[in-house]
Design a protein around this ligand. Structure first.
Ligand code: PL4
Length: 474
């Protein structure tokens, strides 16, 4: 009726109709339906209508969200890419930006997925909701094939991916814990810490959130933090092989990290999403290989990069039963509660694909797929080195981390985009220590990597090899 009195009876019916459609799309009738009516009617909104259109609820905004700076990094990169293509529709852009797999899922693993789907069409094979912790057979396979039975299947929680598990872990830890992150790091650790209320506001000068300990990782410390100068925190987010630096921590470094966490009574949340890229025997694929880690570490992992499952969505988290809170409660008990309450189990089709990943044929396909991306990494690394840039990472990891001393990473990002039509990720998006770097991803077709190198060499070739001098190019 209110709508009626504002716009005239002729619009009421249409308002209801549009309102229903709006609700289908997840928006409220009042806010969207009426706006559409106003637009449709081309009516000059009277001031009560204007007030109505600007209506706010009485629900307070979660303060923590107002602390977040700008948008989430990766949609920003996608947006920049779109904007460039709008202005230059004929540009043959090469994306070495967002770390998304490009190669098809190999045949044996894909057959696991399709058979998983086909089973659902049969009386005997049909399944609905599964266990919140995942299919037992898959948990068992993960424990035996990826952890050599160092952990038990009950300690494995199957999920829809590592990123989602990081957010759910934050739900377990809550707002009162203190947090350390590598600087630079995958932005999800910091952003979920902010959303969960673990931080204060950002400092405009340092670009650091109050309450977070930023463990600087740069060339000067071989991309491993100086733990002797790191204050104690409850949680330590640690990613190896690292996104974005491409550094992979050695056994000795991980032993140091574990000793540090045990000494401080901290919990390490170890993100091993790029573990299959490790080919060097001195670099462990799991922190749980380190003595003492079972009492101080959680490992988050994913099939995304193993098998090209970024769209399929399948991951897992290992929460060892020996890991306990200060009051003695097993952390796994609370994580299991979250998985059963705030998650409804990974897709049954995806889990069948996961089973196929972990048999002999599947593991061989994964190795082949990873070899493909590792060869891309070599091409990109050597291409950048040939220009005299300071290049890091890219040996047991899919990312190349290139330094441009004295320059802003967003400027370098723009320069690569405009001069070479190559999309990268500006290091500043990963934390204040990334401000002079850009990240190149090897998740791309081979020819794209070769062409990217050719274009970058053409644009920047002939520059002196000295990195300081390289910083002056424009
Ligand atoms: C863009 C260290 C990429 N939209 O696929 P998941 O959820 O199992 O794993 C995500 C993930 C977890 N841990 C680390 C990662 O680097 C990633 C993926 N990162 C990147 O380019 O840095 C993809 C980013 C995606 C996202 O927001 O994660």
């Amino acid at each position: 009726m209110y709508v009626n009195s504002l716009c005239g009876s002729g619009w009421l019916q249409q308002a209801s109709f549009l309102g229903n459609r709006s609700q289908d799309a997840g928006a409220s009738f009042h806010q969207v339906g009426v706006c559409r009516v106003a637009r449709h009617a081309n009516c000059r909104a009277s001031s009560p209508l204007r007030r109505f259109l600007a209506m706010h609820t009485r629900v307070p905004r979660n303060e923590n969200f107002s602390k977040l700076q700008g948008g989430y990094l990766f949609p920003q990169i996608a947006q920049r890419r779109r904007e460039y293509l709008e202005k230059h529709p004929d540009a043959a852009l090469i994306s070495l930006g967002i770390g998304d797999t490009t190669q098809p899922i190999p045949p044996h693993i894909c057959a696991g997925l399709t058979q998983g789907a086909k089973k659902l069409a049969t009386k005997e094979g049909y399944s609905g909701y599964g266990d919140g912790e995942g299919l037992y057979a898959l948990r068992k396979s993960i424990a035996s094939r990826l952890y050599s039975d160092r952990i038990r299947p009950e300690e494995v929680f199957v999920s829809d991916g590592a990123k989602c598990d990081i957010a759910r872990l934050q739900m377990v830890f809550g707002s009162e814990v203190t947090v350390a992150v590598q600087d630079p790091s995958y932005p999800v650790y910091v952003d979920t810490a902010v959303m969960t209320g673990q931080t204060g506001r950002i400092n405009a000068d340092t670009r650091q959130y109050a309450g977070i300990v930023y463990m600087r990782c740069d060339a000067a410390n071989d991309f491993f933090p100086d733990l002797s100068k790191t204050p104690r925190t409850d949680l330590i987010f640690f990613c190896s092989p690292n996104n974005p630096t491409g550094a992979a921590a050695t056994r000795e470094q991980l032993a140091e990290l574990v000793a540090f966490a045990r000494h401080n009574g901290s919990i390490i949340v170890y993100d091993a999403a790029y573990a299959p890229f490790i080919r060097d025997p001195a670099v462990p694929r799991s922190i749980l290989e380190i003595d003492g880690a079972l009492e101080c570490a959680i490992e988050v992992n994913s099939f995304s990069k193993y098998a090209g499952f970024t769209g399929v969505r399948l991951g897992w988290t290992v929460v060892p039963s020996a890991l306990r809170f200060a009051d003695g409660t097993p952390v796994a008990k609370d994580f299991g509660r979250v998985m059963n309450t705030a998650f409804n189990g990974a897709s049954n089709i995806a889990q069948q694909g996961g089973m196929a990943c972990l048999d002999d044929e599947g593991l061989a396909e994964i190795e082949q797929l990873i070899s493909y991306y590792l060869e891309n990494t070599r091409i990109l690394r050597e291409g950048m080195e040939s220009l005299g840039f300071s290049v890091y990472g890219g040996r047991n990891a899919p990312y190349i981390w290139v330094r441009f001393p004295g320059r802003s990473s967003w400027d370098v990002f723009t320069e690569f985009l405009e001069k070479c039509q190559v999309v990268t990720v500006p290091g500043a998006g990963f934390g204040p220590a990334g401000v002079e770097y850009v990240r190149l991803s090897a998740f791309a077709p081979r020819e794209a990597c070769q062409e990217a190198v050719r274009r970058i060499q053409t644009a920047f070739g002939g520059r002196p090899a000295d990195p300081i001098a390289a910083s002056s190019f424009q």
